[in-house]
Design a protein around this ligand. Structure first.
Ligand code: AHG
Ligand code: MN
Ligand code: MN
Length: 340
């Protein structure tokens, strides 16, 4: 069998060749994001040694301060990307305002939003976590960019991706030409193409939601869940539950196996928990490119026009048929939808 071995860099260059007018900045930016992800991956892999080499808030054997892993990931991403002259704006879940690009560095025509480490409750317990990123074109007239470059609707994204630090490290991305997945080969430090043109199955057997919050849910969420669980013979979806508590990991499993992830609004959080720019919009772009769907229950995630950096949104995302089924319950003014 003759199977091509394709590195991430080679794949980006091949993609770039389709656009003779491209200056290569976009390719460079994606390459640098992947480079930063390799460093984060190394740190995540040795996180279990923190007790031996030093803990957060302590100094390690080299006498350096040990940072919490999400702050460390944020710093690695910023330090890898802020000096390249490719970005005019940078925002992160870990920073209240925009991340400043120091005046001595050149700026470019792209903005990047990121969740440097997703799955905070799983960071210290050796369970899969991830990084999410979203790339947009500069739209402001400010010479060095401003917040409007970051706060843009999902459909304006030119690329989005996530890195999953799981049993292997994987980078999955789209630039609007389908979804590609690369697996890190640690011995050579390269991402190799392992999943070409990923398509999310139209339907799936898993739902992912934090059911402990059911007492706070609105009626439609409870009604939907009852139907998701009910057997197919009785008009339900006959689904099983998988909930890791790391959005990237739950989403990735559903991408490959089919299923639906829900983090709805509830009586306590009228906008849910997840962030539009750092979590919902980038994963919605990927889902859409893979043939899936993403909604806030009322509107496509990709069409929402955000107004704030840290804006939250309810998120229902995954296989197209599963999201459509859920939408029968969630659409505004919809009362008492029933199982099929
Ligand atoms: P983050 O670690 O970036 O703050 O995100 C955590 C998110 C997401 O990864 C996960 O799906 C969700 O929080 C879990 O929240 P609950 O513990 O409320 O279920
Ligand atoms: Mn997150
Ligand atoms: Mn995070």
């Amino acid at each position: 069998m003759d199977k091509t071995i394709m590195s991430l860099e080679r794949h980006f260059l091949d993609q770039q060749r389709r656009y003779p007018e491209a200056r290569g900045d976009f390719t460079k930016l994606l390459t640098e994001v992947a480079f930063a992800a390799k460093i984060v991956s190394r740190e995540v892999n040795r996180a279990g040694l923190a007790g031996i080499l030093g803990r957060a808030g302590q100094t390690n054997v080299q006498g350096e301060d040990v940072q919490k892993l999400d702050i460390l990931a944020h710093n690695i991403m910023v330090r890898s990307l802020n000096h390249l002259g490719l970005l005019c704006a940078l925002s992160s879940e870990e920073s209240e305002g925009m991340v400043r690009i120091p005046d001595e560095y050149p700026v470019g025509n792209y903005a990047l939003n990121m969740d440097p480490l997703d799955g905070s409750s799983n960071i210290d317990v050796n369970v899969s976590i991830g990084t999410i990123f979203s790339i947009l074109r500069k739209v402001s007239y400010a010479p060095r960019g401003d917040v409007t470059d970051c706060v843009q609707p999902g459909y304006k994204q030119v690329a989005a991706g996530y890195v999953l630090y799981g049993s292997s490290t994987m980078l999955v991305y789209t630039s609007g030409q389908g979804v590609f997945g690369f697996t890190l080969e640690p011995s050579i430090g390269e991402f190799l193409l392992s999943h070409s043109h990923i398509r999310i199955p139209r339907s799936g057997n898993y739902y992912s939601i934090n059911e402990a919050y059911s007492h706070r849910w609105k009626e439609e969420v409870r009604d939907y869940l009852a139907c998701a669980k009910r057997s197919r013979e009785s008009g339900g979806r006959g689904m099983g539950l998988r909930y890791i508590g790391s959005l990237v990991a739950d989403f990735h499993r559903n991408m490959l196996k089919g299923g639906i992830f829900l983090y709805p609004a509830d009586k306590q959080n009228s906008h849910g928990k997840l962030r539009y720019l750092y979590e919902a919009a980038p994963l919605a772009f990927i889902a859409e490119q893979a043939g899936g769907k993403a909604t806030n229950g009322d509107q496509d995630i990709m069409k929402i026009v955000p107004t704030e950096l840290h804006q939250r949104t309810p998120l229902i995302i995954g296989s197209a048929d599963e999201v459509d089924f859920a939408m029968r319950f969630f659409r505004q003014n919809q009362t008492h939808a029933e199982c099929a």
